[in-house]
Design a binder for this molecule. Structure first.
Ligand SMILES: [Zn+2]
Ligand SMILES: [Zn+2]
Length: 339
């Protein structure tokens, strides 16, 4: 028996009582935390709402079709698809349901990720290039980084028309009411869905049992660096999630889990240790974000440079907020020093 099938058997009975069916879909990214979950939810009129659509790779499409067959359901029965956030593993297959007539919902701050093609277009390079130079990357490193970034087009097809989600919006399903909660951080437009009555939190990638949520650097539409301070914003949303009463968390990857407060506290501890390491490295003197990579990563790899820089800068921004670190712009490059 494969591990996914096994985890389905052990899903808590409350899920099927509430008309929630979890369909794990394989993803090829090793840092994702396992297969991505598509949740099928029963509506009163016999139709379905999906919370996340899964990846759009050929293998993933096959898994989704298989899953629907196993459940005896059709794509044409899907009325709404709620996209938790604009990452390919969560929206990549949404087009299949849109083609069959479903409405696709996404938060306005992640709308463009879902409706436009992959990330590292020439325009992105124009916007991000100057910022990455400010973080201390050389032109040569930038070229290597761009070459290794690749395109996400084979994992997702854009959706032409979306409906926009609002914080606090409610979806009425057959057995429960789901409240949309805007929880920015992992991405600016990430939402969770909360069933207050049954204390169930659809947490997607906001709270995961096994991996940290890796909030990524994201600039404003005109390249503004301070518009979205990913990790600072994430911490705020993580505190909001911690305050919710939840008996079960249904994550974006992996089986349902309990005790989300412990999970979130562990995560805060993890980041506190990362920040200690950065402070220790800065005792040697001011450094650029690129120069601080070895403080957190034993062997920085170019393919994951963006992810790694995001983690360094995210933690530096948290330290800046608490006054422990300050930065100077010296000749167009940020130098971080102890505050
Ligand atoms: Zn994600
Ligand atoms: Zn994910």
């Amino acid at each position: 028996m494969n591990p996914d099938a096994q985890s389905l058997d052990t899903d808590p009975p409350i899920l099927s009582e509430l008309g929630i069916h979890r369909l794990p879909v394989p993803v090829p990214f090793k840092n994702a935390g396992g297969p991505v979950n598509v949740h099928l939810i029963d509506n009163a009129d016999g139709s379905l709402t999906l919370f996340d659509a899964g990846l759009g790779s050929n293998e993933a499409q096959e898994a989704i079709r298989d899953g629907f067959r196993r459940l005896g359901r059709n794509f044409s029965e899907v009325r709404d698809v709620i996209i938790s956030h604009g990452h390919v593993d969560h929206y990549g297959a949404a087009w299949m349901f849109a083609e069959a007539g479903a409405k696709v919902w996404v938060h306005p701050l992640d709308e463009k990720k879902v409706t436009a093609h992959g990330r590292w277009t020439d325009r992105d390079a124009e916007v991000y290039g100057p910022y990455l130079r400010k973080l201390g990357l050389t032109d040569e490193q930038l070229i290597t980084m761009r070459a290794s970034a690749g395109s996400t087009d084979r994992f997702a097809r854009p959706v032409d028309r979306v409906e926009l989600l609002k914080d606090g919006q409610e979806f009425r399903f057959h057995h429960f009411v789901g409240e949309i909660l805007h929880m920015p951080g992992h991405t600016p437009g990430l939402v969770c869905m909360y069933d207050r009555g049954h204390r169930i939190l659809f947490a997607d990638d906001h709270v995961l049992a096994r991996v940290s949520p890796n909030p990524l650097l994201e600039l404003g539409p005109n390249g503004e660096a301070d518009k979205f301070r990913a990790l600072c914003t994430y911490f705020e949303s993580a505190r909001k999630a911690r305050d919710l009463d939840a008996d079960w968390v249904l994550p974006g990857h992996g089986p349902p889990f309990q005790d989300h407060r412990q999970t979130i506290d562990n995560l805060f501890g993890f980041y506190a240790r990362r920040q200690e390491k950065l402070l220790a490295a800065l005792k040697e003197g001011p450094k650029t974000a690129a120069e601080l990579l070895p403080a957190l990563f034993a062997r920085p790899r170019f393919g994951e440079m963006y992810l790694m820089l995001s983690e360094v800068v995210g933690n530096l921004e948290v330290l800046e907020d608490s006054g422990k670190v300050a930065k100077n712009d010296e000749g167009g490059v940020y130098h971080y020093r102890l505050g």
